[in-house]
Structures are given as C-alpha cells and as structure tokens.
Ligand binder design. Structure first.
Ligand SMILES: *Cc1c(COP(=O)(O)O)cnc(C)c1O
Length: 472
C-alpha cells in the first residue's frame, strides 16, 4: 500500500474528526456567509479582484487526506454557496435535516450498491423506505416505488413506462423494437416542467411529441375541458402529463377532473409532483394533491422538500411489470425477475448508492409530524414574504402565493437585466432566481428549506427592498 494511503488508514479517526470539524464550521457559518458568494467586481479604486481559480494539474504524488482537506478549505469551500441554508430561495432547493445528513454520511461509510437480492440488505431498506414515502403521500399499495437521482430521472423513468404502455395498447414493444414501432406519440400537458421535454428527447419520442394544452385563464393549471377536446382530437392511446405544483406559481392541475376523463379516452396518466406532493402533509393544503394516487406513474423529488442531501427522488408506478420490461438488465448471474424484481431491473441505473438511507433517517427521526411542521412553516414564510412584497410599492406579485413560491416583479420597468442586477445585488443576503411569467420578466423565491424562519423572511424582504433602491 502507498505509504501515505497507509498512514491515512492508520489515522482514519483523526481524519474523520478533522472532517467533522470542517463540517461543523461550514454549518455554523451558514447564516453569516454570503448566500451566494459573488466574485468581486473590479473598480478603479478598489482592490485587485481575486483571479478566477486556475485549474491545478493532477497531483503526481500522494500528499494525504489532511492536505486535500486543507486545499479544499482554502480554494473551493469559500466559492460554494450557502445553498444548505435558510435564505437560498432560488430554483426549488432543500437543505439537509440533521438526521438526513447523518444518514448521508453513513451511506458513504457503508458504501452499498443496493441493487441485488444476492446481497439484499440495502434493497430491503430501500423497500421499507419506499413504503414510508407511500404512506406519507397517501398512496395505495398499488404503487411500487424506486429511488432515482432526481425528478428529471423520475419523470424520465415514468415516461419510459408510459412508452411501454403505449406499446402494449398498440401490440408492439418499444423496449424490444425501438420507439419507432409506436409511430407518432402524443404527450399532452398544460404547463409541464422543462424536464418533461428533456425526458421525451432521451426516450426517442422527441420533444415535438409534447402537445401543449390550454390552461385555465390566468392560471398554469390545465383546462380539463381543453384536455378533453385535445384527447378527442386524435384517436388512439396518448400520454397525459399532469402537473402538481408548477415552478413559477405552484399551480396544480385538477387531478380528479383529469382522472375522470378516463372512461372516454385511453391515456396513461403521469403526474409530476416533484415538490407539490408535499402539500399532502399539510391538512390545509392536502386538497391540492388529492388524486395523486390515480396516477399511473408519479414523480416526487426528495432533495427538495424532504430536505435530504442531493441527489434523491422517488418514482412510483402502478405498472411495475412494464417498468421491469423496460429496465430489465438480464444476465446469467442475475437470475429471473420474479414478482419482486431486484432494483437493478427497475431504473436506468444499475449500480447506485444506498440513496434511501438519508430518507430513512429523516423519516425515522422526525416522522410525519416533523416533516409536516417543515412544510407548513415554509408555506407560512412564503405567505409572509408575499405579504411584505405586495405591501411595498416597488414590487408586484404576479400570482397569489398558493404554496411555497413567491413569483414577483418590479412595479416599474421590470426588464430581465434590471431584475438580474437586483437579484445579484441582494445575493449575499438572499438568493432568488429569474423567470418569465405570462410574458413578464420576474423573480421567484421558493421556500423548501427546513431552517427557514420568519426572521429570514424579514432579512430577505429588507435585502430585496435595498437592492431595488440600489439598482433603480
Ligand atoms: C425540480 C423539478 C423537476 C426537476 O427536478 P431535478 O431534481 O432537478 O431533476 C421536475 N419537475 C418539477 C415540477 C420540479 O420542480
């Protein structure tokens, strides 16, 4: 063994302690560090800006883990954002609960490749955890679930199963004969997330398969009557992508109304509930997510509102038989699929880390009540920011705060450049991301971190107000 590697093995406890100290320090300063560090801009009188880091060459000789830790702390840690913290409101970003973090550390410690019953402990833990998630979101046991890396992969997996279902209806098998065997495919949706088009590209169905369906006036929710007409427009089976929580305004399709179209039309119902599924945890908002169970396939992200570290999501489906037809990875040493196929046969991944462990930890530690509290506090914080911005003449909300996102713009002159400057000026205190809603350039603040409190909302509102003045 290399001498430095052997020395690291001897000093593993000290090394883990040093790493723990670095972790504690990073977490203790989450609140004080800039939410997103900005590269200093050169000014005629100011100091010379830090140069962009020049990539270092591959180290030739061993210097050990302590030296690597020091180099990381010096060169890279200061460049990383406080995205685990309470005022990173860009995209839809979760943090990591204490238990989830502990679970994630132990995931690397045990370093399982949880995909086969030949060494089944990991996949048994995954199955127990999927069962908990099913209960959390009010799904029936007709839904089988598997872990994937994120909602994009969950949508892709769900639509791959939909593709196989289309084949079943048409008497062909896309997984055997290729997507071309299906002929033209129609995927109908009101306001789909961008990852749906990406999934269709990956699956060989093509981005052009996406048929936009009109939404209700002033809404991002699909118009069920328009969907009814669009389904009637072309004969043959189709795929409907329902959206349960859009990223701009967190609008929800009327899932029961969509499911009610089933007797008259032949379609697979895929629901993208990446973060909207968490409405089910709040009795006041659960009606938004009512009807998730009717989906044939369902996407829920876990690295967003469950607050487990990246990367983690779950894919549910009622047709595990079709799922195994698409993703089976048959080989002599893997054996037949059986009733309960090994995880290697159920997703695009073969090897994968024991992603379930962080989820298991946070659900075991805080339960339904603990996670309900996070969801309800985030919703209350979003409302609070919405109220503060709508009371300020500089700002204007573009949609009511339905759940956990505030979609807002400047009352006067909201150009994309101006909004980008505003967001940049505020980014040490609060990170928000740009969008366009109903043709208007806008900003979004999304609340899905377990640490966020009303004190953070006050800081965020103040920072946005100041940035609006400074960039006017
Ligand atoms: C975030 C999101 C996705 C994509 O999720 P990733 O985890 O980034 O792959 C898909 N759909 C919706 C509604 C989302 O919010």
């Amino acid at each position: 063994m290399d001498r430095t590697l052997a020395a690291d093995l001897d000093r593993l406890p000290e090394l883990l302690d040093a790493t723990r100290r670095a972790a504690v320090d990073a977490l203790a300063t989450l609140d004080a560090r800039p939410v997103v560090p900005t590269a200093p801009t050169p000014t005629p009188l100011g100091p010379e800006p830090h140069p962009e880091p020049v990539p270092e060459p591959l180290p030739e000789r061993a210097s050990g883990a302590v030296a690597a830790l020091a180099a990381f702390q010096d060169r890279w840690a200061p460049r990383l954002s406080a995205s685990a913290g309470p005022r990173y409101l860009g995209f839809v970003t979760g943090g990591a609960t204490p238990a989830a973090l502990a679970g994630d550390w132990l995931t690397a410690v045990h370093d399982q490749n949880s995909n086969s019953s030949l060494d089944g402990g990991g996949q048994d833990l995954e199955r127990e955890t999927v069962g908990w998630l099913r209960e959390l979101f009010g799904l029936s046991t007709a839904h089988a679930g598997t872990f994937v890396s994120g909602a994009t992969m969950s949508n892709t997996t769900g639509l791959a199963i939909a593709r196989e279902w289309l084949g079943e209806r048409l008497g062909v098998s896309p997984s055997e004969d290729g997507a071309a065997a299906l002929g033209p495919v129609r995927v109908l949706s009101g306001a789909p997330h961008s990852s749906i088009a990406k999934a269709l590209s990956v699956l060989g169905l093509g981005r052009a398969a996406l048929v936009p369906v009109p939404t209700l006036p002033g809404r991002e929710a699909v118009d069920p009557a328009a969907l009814d007409r669009a389904l009637a427009d072309a004969p043959g089976p189709a795929v409907v992508v329902a959206n349960a929580g859009t990223v701009n305004t967190v609008d929800f399709d009327d899932l029961p109304a969509i499911a009610a179209l089933r007797p008259r039309h032949d379609f697979w119902l895929h629901t993208d509930a990446a973060f909207g599924a968490f409405a089910a945890l709040s009795p006041d908002h659960a009606h938004l997510a009512a009807g998730l169970d009717a989906s044939d396939s369902l996407c829920v992200d876990l690295h967003k509102w469950l607050n487990v570290p990246y990367d983690s999501a779950v894919q549910f489906t009622r047709r595990r038989d079709l799922q195994a037809r698409v993703f089976q990875n048959s080989a002599a040493y893997l054996g037949p699929l059986g009733d309960q196929p090994d995880l290697v046969h159920l997703t695009p991944e073969n090897s994968h880390r024991l992603r379930a462990l962080a989820v298991w930890f946070t659900l075991r530690a805080y339960g339904r009540q603990g996670h309900r509290e996070i969801v309800e506090r985030d919703i209350a914080c979003a409302r609070d920011l919405g109220d503060r911005l709508s009371a300020d003449p500089a700002f204007r909300l573009l949609a009511p705060v339905r759940l956990n996102v505030v979609c807002f713009t400047l009352a006067a002159g909201p150009s994309p450049d101006r909004l980008a400057a505003l967001a940049r000026a505020a980014s040490a205190e609060v990170f928000v991301t740009p969008t366009r809603y109903g043709g208007t350039p806008a900003l979004r603040a999304a609340f899905s971190n377990w640490r966020t409190t009303h004190a953070d909302v006050r800081r965020a509102a103040e920072a946005l107000r100041r940035a609006a003045r400074e960039t006017a």
